[in-house]
Design a binder for this molecule. Sequence first.
Ligand SMILES: [Zn+2]
Length: 281
Amino acid sequence: MAWSKISKAPLIKSTKRVSPDGLWQKCEHCHEITYRQDFAANQYTCVKCSFHFSIPPDERLRHFLDGDSFLAMDEDLRSKDPFQFCDAKPYSQRLSEAWEKTGNYDAIVCGEGLLYQRPIQVGVFDFRFMGGSMGSVVGEKISRLYQRARQKRQPAVLFTASGGARMQEGIVSLMQMAKTCAALGQLKEEGIPFISIMTNPTTGGVAASFAMLGDINIAEPGALIGFAGPRVIKQTIGQNLPEGFQTAEYLFTHGMVDLICHRTQLRDKVGQILQILVGSP
Ligand SMILES: [Zn+2]
């Protein structure tokens, strides 16, 4: 038989058991295998050990808000790629790929909706979109969210999940830290509450600007929250870091976070906090 006719089938049969795509979810923390439907109903948290997985913005909003009350805003904003940046591939190509993956033009979904009949302005980072990095579009959408909250006198709620500023937009992305904080400052002058909910991970320029400036700062269990990563800090100071450094629990113990709340209880908890802060809707 000619070599070209020899079957390309693998010589060793895989003994790995393959389940239909998406039917089961394995927890990377406790290795429990859960029926995916139950996992989704539990808002992407492990039913056994409560490990919090990343959750897409639409799923997050569906669980957090009343029914189908969410109305997206500023959906069409897109980055102009101010520096025509190119590293391993052009920034414009990265944006297109992220859009294809997520269906969003950038790393945050913003809009308004009802929480226990109370109108709120709400935004959710999408970590799947270039690591939830903040460039000109994310900064603009957050600033507009705070402005709408101020004009309509509605509380603002933001769920963060971000690696920080977007390096492909250089100084323009760093400017978003100041811009968002200025808009937030105007909201605070009016005495309208801002609830910041930090999810895994909330780091870099996002942690170092509005994410830590909530009237109430909430974190999901186990979330990594900090500015520079632990490896960079360790190399810079030349010392070992304490156990659990930069986790939500460590920050709570040291007074940087007001509350740690399981994802499935966030809707009730934020509803109660707003009831206390601003009264009945
Ligand atoms: Zn688990």
